[in-house]
Ligand binder design. Structure first.
Ligand SMILES: Nc1ncnc2c1ncn2[C@@H]1O[C@H](COP(=O)(O)OP(=O)(O)OP(=O)(O)O)[C@@H](O)[C@H]1O
Ligand SMILES: [Mg+2]
Length: 242
């Protein structure tokens, strides 16, 4: 569904991504894990058309999207939840969701999407008249995800959905992502939180210094002690090396 081939992305002369190749099949839940500064955000911004200076190819189904504008990419069916959520805090929950549906012309479809999302995220239904800025961090992330899904994307890209959330809230959020996957959504997310991403995704890639250094089934990568030691740091040591 999405295929990135030998992608290198640049900030001026700095090559932030180096020959990155990856793919995501329909209905797969794929994660890419990497520490601070590995290039995770750069990768998603490159796919979404926010970074122009790049080499390589990005295909969405049979369309070459490498050099398309961001609006065009969204219109083709790629939903995006950026780092830090970026919802409209002084608008209501419902208004945020309506904004997400701006490319959908069919009113019935908008209503159908809204009902589906309120089913998955009942808290958003409860709070639909409230200002989005009043929501908790976890609820704001659920709103950001729902807003992206209002445009009926075929694949959802997410930048560190767990960022800044408490462990219990992170688990709750990933349970919702599982529900969305079971409903047929294709998911690609990037995370520093390797443990949660590996636990919930089907396959994973590991990015280090702009390069993919490892890939495989998430359940198998979860058995990789070296990897866990490198990416789970202190938490891993406390649990396994006491
Ligand atoms: N606008 C920019 N101009 C120059 N260099 C940048 C810019 N944005 C990111 N970089 C550099 O590119 C590299 C990758 O950054 P990126 O933000 O993609 O990492 P990340 O994996 O998303 O990190 P984090 O986990 O902190 O979000 C880093 O070395 C960073 O300093
Ligand atoms: Mg980032």
């Amino acid at each position: 569904m999405l295929r990135v081939t030998s992608l290198s992305s640049y900030y001026g002369k700095i090559r932030a991504l180096k020959n990155v190749s990856l793919h995501i099949k329909p209905k797969e839940f794929v994660s890419l894990i990497g520490s601070n500064g590995a290039g995770k955000t750069t990768l998603l911004n490159s796919i979404m058309g926010h970074i122009q200076k790049k080499e390589g190819e990005i295909y969405f189904n049979n369309t070459d999207i490498t050099n398309l504008k961001p609006e065009k990419i969204v219109n083709l069916g790629i939903g995006f939840v950026p780092e830090g959520r970026r919802i409209f805090t002084d608008m209501t929950v419902e208004e945020n969701l309506e904004m997400g549906a701006f490319i959908i012309k069919n009113k019935d479809k908008i209503k159908e999407n809204l009902e589906f999302l309120f089913d998955i995220f009942p808290i958003l239904k409860e709070r639909r008249k409230q200002q989005a800025g009043m929501l908790s961090g976890g609820e704001q992330q659920m709103l950001a995800i729902s807003r992206a899904l209002m445009s009926s994307p075929k694949i959802l890209l997410m930048d560190e959905p767990s960022m800044g959330l408490a462990p219990k809230v992170i688990t709750e959020l990933y349970e919702k992502l599982s529900l969305l996957k079971n409903a047929g959504l294709t998911i690609f997310l990037v995370e520093q939180n390797a443990k949660i991403a590996l636990k919930y995704s089907d396959r994973s890639y590991v990015l280090e210094n702009g390069r993919i250094i490892l890939q495989g089934k998430s359940s198998e990568l979860l058995q990789d002690n070296e990897l866990l030691r490198a990416y789970l740091g202190k938490e891993y040591k406390e649990k396994w090396e006491r």
